[in-house]
Design a protein around this ligand. Sequence first.
Ligand SMILES: [Zn+2]
Ligand SMILES: [Zn+2]
Length: 108
Amino acid sequence: MEPKIEVGPDALWIEWPDGHQSRYPFERLRALCPCASCAEREVDSGGLRVIEQPSERAVRLSRLERVGNYALCPIWEDGHSTGIYAWTYLRRSCDCFACRSERRGEER
Ligand SMILES: [Zn+2]
Ligand SMILES: [Zn+2]
């Protein structure tokens, strides 16, 4: 079963088949971009990828395309469109309290 996606004015929402809901503010979603050119620019600040001073258009979502049944590809207003966000990657990147504490538990 595929997750349900909803694009809000400032964030992407995903409802997972297990009922869990994740919210990805666009700025964070862009910072999570897994493509090679973003990974090169990656500045590691506590595990979160940070774009140095993202422009306003870089964090505005133009549209969202599905890649097969395994990933999403956001098209940003600055034209960036090479990030393929696999569902598993997005789920792993969920920043809600429950997922964060679960991950902390795994690290121990
Ligand atoms: Zn990228
Ligand atoms: Zn979560």
